[in-house]
Design a protein around this ligand. Structure first.
Ligand code: NOJ
Length: 580
């Protein structure tokens, strides 16, 4: 394909925004007035637990997780100590991308239950002091949404401008890359009106036209509908793509900064400000965007409280440090430290290393061998919960769940993977290598049903699960771990409590120590006269750390070994939190 986005770079499409922003972010915050990262807010103190509803708990035996399933597990969720849930989309959807293709934003997907079930779940969460953040998927809708059905029906339909159309008499539209398309082509020809429509994701996910004020009003009205129900926030899916260059110029081959054609257009901040005026300023909602901008200006501007846009965004450059063959701890430290310093005075960060779009936390960033799985999973959760910024933990990572072990294309459900496989087949790519890589990196690794116990189908369903259960469910499951005081699950509960009991872990200044140590991540957190030290050995062998701090008088608050280290030598994957 004669285009600046090659296939190998394309998978990093979303991640590039964050990288750009991060590179420039260092200089920025220094000169800004302080609206203070230390200003207290509930969403800064939140520990967000992400639930992938399709895989959490099936209540009716159809093999698919549902809302009543979640409601039946609210006591478990509460027992984690978390106070906020982010729920992946549950709206009506033909489910080509597991709910990220919404056909009715005011209804619940049939497989997941009814609006009554939703209300019950929300009430149950609120009764337990848990807030609910919904996924707002409005860069695109499903092609089964009534808006799109109308829009494609004729060129003069009032909904025509809800989407991006290119009439075929103008010739083929300039190439745009599609993330999920079999041909990587974001323009789909529709003979009904002899025109092409734009879809950055799959053909079933046409992009909405945010330049049309009616579209924006529709979205605000949807947001209002859910806010009036009492939900507590929105995670805005792929939102930066909403503001794009709609003149669709030809992108110069080998051109620089091609991303400006795709996203973060000049109107992005206008839209966010308008959304804030219409919705966020009127409700006590948390707002977080997927992606943190394409430039220094974007990253800060999106979350600068004075600008009245969003509370938080999340950048991808932390999560993308891990590659199929490993990663460099120095790079990881560098990324997280850079982001922290960029937002030290103003704005707020999100902290995450895994979600439903990534392979499993312990398999990517830790060590999923029987010897080190538990200890490395505990170490990683210690990291996530002792950094500054709101931590996001993906369901199952509290148990130390591992990658799924899929080897065949039939094992996978992911539309992105299946379409890419077909693309490879069509173009003679190396399918064996492709599947090997998928086994390590594909997002279905983290979408396997939640293992509740060691019984059939891991107690997830009485039917046939929609995606294979991880074969290690007999040992890695919530019930077994609940009973074991040394399990990943019980450690997770302790580290969440530690964060809750110590505001220093939320608001405290972060200082990186022993920066060039390739094995150990060491930092302090300081706030209101309290100082904590966190030592994390990211390697499978003992490692020495040089912080210059005498640990003799330090008090151990938490460690992932029975007897935490009292000197500067850490055992494999050892994590210790000290009070100094
Ligand atoms: C990002 C979501 O996290 C991902 O799961 C989805 O496939 C795309 N956006 C498209 O909505």
């Amino acid at each position: 394909m004669n285009h600046p986005i090659t296939r190998s770079t394309a998978v990093l499409f979303l991640l590039l925004f964050a990288l750009n922003a991060c590179k420039q972010a260092d200089n920025k915050s220094q000169n800004q007035k302080n609206t203070s990262a230390a200003d207290q807010n509930w969403w800064k103190e939140a520990v967000v637990y992400q639930i992938y509803p399709r895989s959490f708990k099936d209540s009716n035996g159809d093999g698919v997780g549902d809302l009543n399933g979640i409601t039946s597990k609210l006591d478990y969720i509460k027992s984690l100590g978390i106070n906020t849930v982010w729920l992946n989309p549950v709206y009506s959807s033909p489910n080509t991308d597991n709910g990220y293709d919404v056909s009715d934003y005011r209804n619940i997907m049939k497989e997941f239950g009814t609006m009554g079930d939703f209300d019950k779940m929300l009430k149950g969460m609120h009764e337990r002091g848990i807030k609910l953040v919904m996924d707002l998927v409005v860069n695109h809708s499903s092609n089964q949404h009534e808006w799109f059905k109308q829009s494609r029906s004729s060129r003069s339909n009032p909904y025509r401008n809800y989407y991006h159309w290119w009439n075929a008499e103008r010739g083929k539209p300039p190439y745009r890359y599609s993330l999920f398309d079999v041909n990587h082509d974001a323009w789909k020809y529709d003979s009904l009106t002899n025109a092409y429509y734009l879809h950055y994701f799959s053909v079933q996910q046409p992009d909405l036209n945010w330049e049309n004020p009616k579209v924006r009003q529709e979205v605000y009205s949807i947001m209002k509908f859910w806010a009036d129900k009492g939900i507590d926030g929105f995670r805005m899916d792929a939102y930066q793509f909403a503001a794009k260059d709609t003149t669709f110029p030809k992108i110069p081959v080998n051109g620089q900064n091609f991303m400006k054609y795709y996203a973060i257009g000049p109107h992005l901040h206008d839209y966010l400000k308008e959304m804030n005026r219409e919705i966020y300023s009127k409700y006590n909602l948390m707002s977080v965007a997927e992606g943190a901008g394409n430039s220094l200006q974007d990253a800060h501007d999106m979350v600068d409280a004075d600008r009245h846009e969003l509370n938080m965004a999340y950048a991808f450059d932390g999560v993308s440090v891990a590659k199929a063959n490993g990663y460099s701890l120095l790079e990881l430290k560098n990324v997280f430290s850079r982001w922290d310093s960029a937002f030290a005075k103003k704005g707020w960060l999100s902290i995450f290393l895994a979600n439903h779009d990534q392979a499993r936390l312990v398999s990517r960033f830790g060590n999923d061998s029987p010897e080190f799985r538990e200890v490395s999973s505990k170490m990683l959760n210690t990291f996530l919960l002792t950094m500054r910024g709101t931590p996001y933990v993906y369901n199952g990572d509290e148990l130390g769940m591992t990658n799924a072990g899929f080897t065949k294309i039939e094992d996978y459900n992911d539309i992105a993977l299946r379409n890419e496989y077909q693309h490879m087949e069509n173009t003679g790519g190396d399918l064996k290598q492709f599947l090997q890589l998928a086994g390590k990196e594909n997002r279905d690794n983290s979408r396997t049903p939640f293992p509740w116990n060691g019984s059939a189908n891991a107690g997830f369903t009485t039917g046939t699960p929609w995606l294979k259960i991880n074969p290690n469910y007999k040992t890695i499951n919530a019930s077994a771990e609940d009973k074991d005081p040394n399990s990943c699950l019980n450690y997770f509960r302790k580290v969440v409590k530690l964060r809750k009991d110590n505001p220093v872990l939320v608001y405290g200044k972060y200082t990186l120590l022993d920066k060039s140590n390739p094995n150990v991540y060491a930092y302090t957190r300081e706030y209101n006269g309290k100082k904590l030290l966190v030592l994390l050995n990211f390697k499978n062998k003992a490692a020495v750390v040089n912080t210059g701090i005498d640990l003799a008088k330090a008090k151990v608050l938490l460690g992932n070994y029975a007897e935490p280290a009292q000197d500067a030598k850490l055992r494999p994957y050892e994590a210790v939190v000290y009070q100094l």
